[in-house]
Design a protein around this ligand. Structure first.
Ligand SMILES: Cc1cc2nc3c(=O)[nH]c(=O)nc-3n(C[C@H](O)[C@H](O)[C@H](O)COP(=O)(O)OP(=O)(O)OC[C@H]3O[C@@H](n4cnc5c(N)ncnc54)[C@H](O)[C@@H]3O)c2cc1C
Length: 461
């Protein structure tokens, strides 16, 4: 750190956030150079603001000096969105982690962006309320990161994604101005919908500092079933059949044969190795609704070719059924050291075709691809397993990714259901959206961040 101009900026930033919250040691720079992908790049410094006013002051300096600034939550992103490839300032919001208000009358909660999502959800649960968006990372990702990526999760099938719950945001623009969007009046069509423009903007348009979400009352009862299908095609039909039956499941997840084998090799749960797919279905409502719905779903699965169906009769049995699904990611590290977890979405009716195409891509490139995900909303997680130390293998991974995205778009789907574009999906943006939509997005970016300091290089080149 010998650049005198940078030294002067560091001193100025220390004056804003305090000496202890500007980090420049090698250890700190390495710590903030990763997310949950296999890529990394070091920032020049890390700045941890403690308030919205400090975020605003830091952005004013960065904008004046044209220093790239990368907002960051907990760095659990799966699209390389919080990695500072162009150097500059990494700005984690993790000091801003307070739950500010639970408004029982309006059933809304306000928190600083750096709160861990499950900390807020647990606080609401203690009061008898339910915040449904549940990314699997909710115990170690931030609400601000969830909003910036518009995160989803298993409950989103019935209850909707993060963006469906955000009613207001406080954010800081690239030039340091503070803006409040939305509010507690839920019907509001006054002007353009800027609130939802920021949701899913991946830190490229503004830094989100405060979030107001709505919450609901929890369902009284839940029921879980596991259905085993010898044929993937039948599982595909059953997904649509269950959803058309009126069962209205809260969650409907799929594991393909490679996912089943991976978990079974790891945990020896007695999963059927001759099955092509397992569906895990959860219904909820009052006791009667939850039971009636699971019976309906089970009947559909049996009618459509399930060879075996188990219904949990206690919460412990339900947790056991979910154990296999929740263990997939962990089991994959035993197969290959690295994984690229994609999150394509396809129309539900195209799930069997998409899975067949993924298997063909896996065979063509000689790479294991494990498939699981939120079948109910067509959001699949094909995970390509590889060893990044082998450059030839990594070249094949890049080709396979391109083929995966092309296949998803060809069957009527898209690149990302919840992880965002970041850097990894950037080359395929135009293929998914078309040139006009991409140009519109670039214009929005230029209008809000003319000096391109906010998370530059993410979503677009
Ligand atoms: C094991 C595992 C399971 C996961 N499961 C899911 C899942 O089920 N569903 C799902 O949707 N995702 C999932 N993810 C991905 C990831 O957890 C989510 O994308 C999450 O929302 C990222 O939050 P974060 O706080 O870690 O953000 P980061 O990774 O730090 O940042 C992600 C992006 O958001 C931007 N950002 C972060 N905070 C702010 C802010 N305050 N203002 C503006 N921009 C900001 C960053 O610049 C970056 O572009 C999973 C990840 C892992 C590792």
């Amino acid at each position: 750190m010998t650049d005198p101009k940078l030294e002067a900026v560091i001193d100025e930033l220390k004056g804003i956030v305090g000496e202890d919250y500007v980090l420049t040691s090698d250890v700190d720079l390495v710590a903030y150079s990763y997310d949950a992908t296999f890529t990394s790049a070091q920032p020049n410094l890390v700045v941890l603001p403690g308030s919205t006013e400090e975020v605003a002051a830091v952005l004013k300096v960065a904008n004046r000096e044209r220093i790239p600034i990368v907002p960051r939550g907990m760095g659990t992103g799966l699209a390389a969105g919080s990695i500072p490839f162009g150097g500059g300032i990494a700005m984690p919001l993790t000091r801003m982690d307070r739950l500010l208000e639970i408004d029982r009358d309006n059933m809304m909660a306000t928190a600083q962006a750096g709160i861990i999502t499950s900390d807020m959800a647990d606080a609401l649960a203690r009061e008898g309320y339910f915040y449904p968006p549940d990314p699997s990372s909710d115990h170690y990702s931030t609400l601000g990161g969830n909003v910036a990526c518009n995160a989803g999760g298993a409950h989103c099938l019935k209850y909707g994604i993060t963006g469906h719950y955000v009613v207001a945001l406080e954010a800081v623009l690239a030039d340091g101005r503070i803006v409040r969007l939305g509010g507690k009046a839920t019907k509001n069509v006054t002007g353009y919908d800027l609130l939802h423009l920021l949701i899913g903007s991946e830190g490229t348009l503004a830094v989100i500092t405060e979030v107001t979400v709505r919450f609901i009352t929890p369902p009284e009862a839940e029921r879980t079933a596991e259905a085993v299908f010898p044929k993937m095609e039948d599982a595909g039909r059953a997904i649509n059949g269950v959803l058309a039956s009126g069962a209205n499941p809260a969650m409907l997840e799929i594991m393909d044969e490679t996912a089943i084998r991976s978990v079974e090799d790891y945990l020896h749960l007695g999963l059927p190795l001759d099955a092509e797919a397992i569906l895990i279905i959860q219904t909820d409502g009052n006791e009667e609704e939850a039971v009636r719905s699971i019976e309906l779903a089970v009947q559909v699965c049996r009618d459509m070719g399930a060879s075996q169906v188990r219904v949990a009769s206690t919460p412990e049995e339900s947790a056991e059924l979910w154990h296999a699904r929740h263990s997939i990611s962990g089991s994959l590290g035993r197969i290959r050291p690295n994984k690229l977890g994609e999150d394509i979405t396809v129309p539900r009716s195209a799930i069997p075709e998409m899975i067949a195409r993924i298997k063909e891509i896996s065979a063509r490139h000689g790479l294991p691809i494990v498939i699981f995900g939120h079948a109910g909303d067509g959001n699949l997680h094909p995970n390509i397993l590889f060893d990044k130390r082998d450059p030839e293998e990594y070249e094949r991974v890049e080709l396979a990714v391109g083929d995966l995205f092309r296949a998803a778009v060809e069957v009527g789907g898209s690149l990302s259901g919840e992880h965002g574009v970041g850097v990894l999906k950037r080359p395929y943006l135009e293929m998914a959206l078309g040139p006009v939509a991409v140009e519109m997005q670039k214009r929005i970016k230029r209008a809000l961040d003319p000096n391109n300091i906010l998370n530059p290089g993410k979503i677009f080149e």
